[in-house]
Design a protein around this ligand. Structure first.
Ligand SMILES: Cc1cc2nc3c(=O)[nH]c(=O)nc-3n(C[C@H](O)[C@H](O)[C@H](O)COP(=O)(O)O)c2cc1C
Ligand SMILES: [Mn+2]
Length: 469
């Protein structure tokens, strides 16, 4: 275990120089704009905002939890801090292949209980909730959060990262897209005309936040999965109103219920696609019954912006897709990379038999992690570097013939967030699978690739590299 909770994580990040501290900003738009500008810096620092205008010193907001920084991502997931992209994905594949699940441990006290508010005392806006983007429909408390819920039939606990807007002092809007586990769980409660109980942590261990954003199979608890990565169970308190397990080291948690028959406007919110595509809608309200927070609480945030923006877990998603492909029986996958969030998946294979490339493309596009809101899958040979977008485009431009090598899948799993779909027909989109491998049936005769061999390059660099140093 490389760190114990969010505060310890922050101090480790500060030690390796990727933390910035900013004081005196306005929660109204300034935190969002600063994040958007510096999200494009390499590596993206974590930014801790303190002394936010109108709020007590110590009430903080933290952004850039691990996005665009491999070192922070390694810290978050308890891997060696000097890993490169390939080692990182290899380590993750190994993890997914030999998953370790450690269930949380129930305790009866924890720092989140330092302040407990119920009834009239609940005031969500006592926290410096940012108004992130200029055209948002409200202040979003949940952008890098952990929504905890239980399946009414099967009893297991799901964690999902789903956005949360503040309506007023004790009412929230929770937006979960169709097909997400939290949404399915909500529908089961609503079908019985019962309110849907949830607990939501708004500031937490980055590993829990990341786990809540990962696509585990139905029935598999992200709590146990995150505990397994950490190698130690997460400590949880049982919420008195919901019976749900709440992270004892959470900065801020609420317990409440989503009501089936009471709706208010949710959104719009600047989304990860770089658009306001899902607009605003009428969503059932979440009534807060209890609010808990540590002294000097920290809200964690990941406001999205045009990709590569601030909420990207592409490397982990790539490892998931690779793992799902292997489990579906696709051999010799050599690399997987994602671009533009999840819109483009590049997969490299060593072609072994006719149809192998098609199989790889179809499965990458429809496995658990690849299926939601994708657009293009490009399959390349293993002499193409999937991490180099120019290499991927070179393969597309030189090894695919559009007429034969592009297949379309229709009516796939999309979302109201998909910018290219009209308002009247959201949720279903198409996919293009581009086979940019050498055609199998005559691959041996395919034109030879030009360029110096690795041996030749190595030799000249050794001798003449000094002139370019
Ligand atoms: C920063 C971030 C924000 C997200 N916001 C939302 C959201 O508002 N609504 C949603 O349905 N999914 C959102 N997602 C995606 C889900 O968290 C993701 O699909 C996850 O797998 C859901 O958990 P589940 O598989 O248990 O449903 C977000 C992901 C991240 C990383
Ligand atoms: Mn899940």
């Amino acid at each position: 275990m490389l760190y114990s909770d969010l505060r310890d994580w922050i101090s480790k990040v500060e030690e390796f120089g990727e933390l910035r501290k900013v004081e005196g900003v306005d929660w109204n738009l300034e935190i969002g704009a600063i994040t958007e500008i510096y999200a494009r810096n390499e590596p993206f620092p974590a930014i801790l905002f303190d002394k936010i205008q109108g709020y007590p010193a110590g009430y903080r907001v933290l952004v850039g939890v691990h996005h665009q920084s491999l070192k922070k991502l390694c810290l978050t997931t308890h891997l060696s801090l000097d890993y490169g992209q390939k080692e990182f994905i290899a380590a993750w594949k190994e993890r997914l292949n030999h998953p370790r699940m450690i269930a949380p441990r129930v305790v009866d006290s924890g720092p989140v209980l330092e302040n407990v508010l119920e009834g009239k005392d609940i005031d969500l806006l006592s926290l410096p909730v940012p108004y992130w983007h200029e055209n948002d429909g409200g202040r979003y408390l949940g952008t890098a959060n952990v929504v905890i819920s239980r399946d009414i039939d099967e009893g297991w606990v799901n964690l999902g990262c789903y956005r949360v807007m503040v309506h007023d002092s004790d009412t929230l809007a929770l937006y979960i897209s169709p097909g997400k586990h939290g949404r399915i769980m909500r529908e089961k409660y609503f079908a019985q005309a019962r309110p849907f109980p949830v607990a939501i942590s708004f500031g937490d261990d980055p590993l829990l936040i990341m786990a809540a954003g990962n696509q585990l199979p139905w029935g598999s608890s992200e709590y146990d999965y995150a505990g397994g990565i950490r190698g130690e169970p997460f400590e949880v308190l049982i919420g008195p109103h919901t019976g749900l397990p709440i992270p004892a080291h959470s900065e801020i948690t609420i317990e409440g219920e989503v009501w089936p028959d009471e709706h208010r406007r949710e959104g719009p919110y600047g989304e990860w696609t770089g658009y306001y595509a899902s607009g605003q809608r009428s969503e059932p309200v979440l009534k807060v019954k209890r609010m808990m927070h540590r002294n000097n609480p920290i809200i964690t945030g990941a406001p999205s912006s045009r990709p590569p923006g601030g909420s990207d877990d592409g490397l982990i998603r790539a490892a998931f897709i690779w793992d799902y492909m292997e489990k579906a029986g696709v051999p010799d996958v050599k690399g997987v990379a994602l671009y533009q969030g999840r819109f483009l998946i590049a997969v490299s294979i060593r072609q072994r038999y006719p149809g192998h490339a098609k199989q790889a493309g179809m499965i990458a596009s429809q496995c658990r992690t690849g299926a939601y809101m994708g657009r293009y899958v490009v399959v390349v040979d293993d002499d193409t570097d999937v991490f180099d977008i120019n290499d991927v485009l070179w393969a597309v431009c030189t090894r695919s013939d559009p007429e034969k090598d592009i297949d379309l899948l229709r009516r796939c799993w999309s979302s109201p967030l998909d910018p290219v779909l009209p308002k009247t027909a959201k949720n279903l989109n198409s996919r293009a699978i581009i086979d940019a491998t050498r055609p199998y049936e005559w691959m041996k005769e395919f034109p030879v690739v030009s360029g110096a061999s690795e041996d030749l390059k190595k030799r000249v660099i050794e001798i003449y590299g000094k002139y370019f140093a």
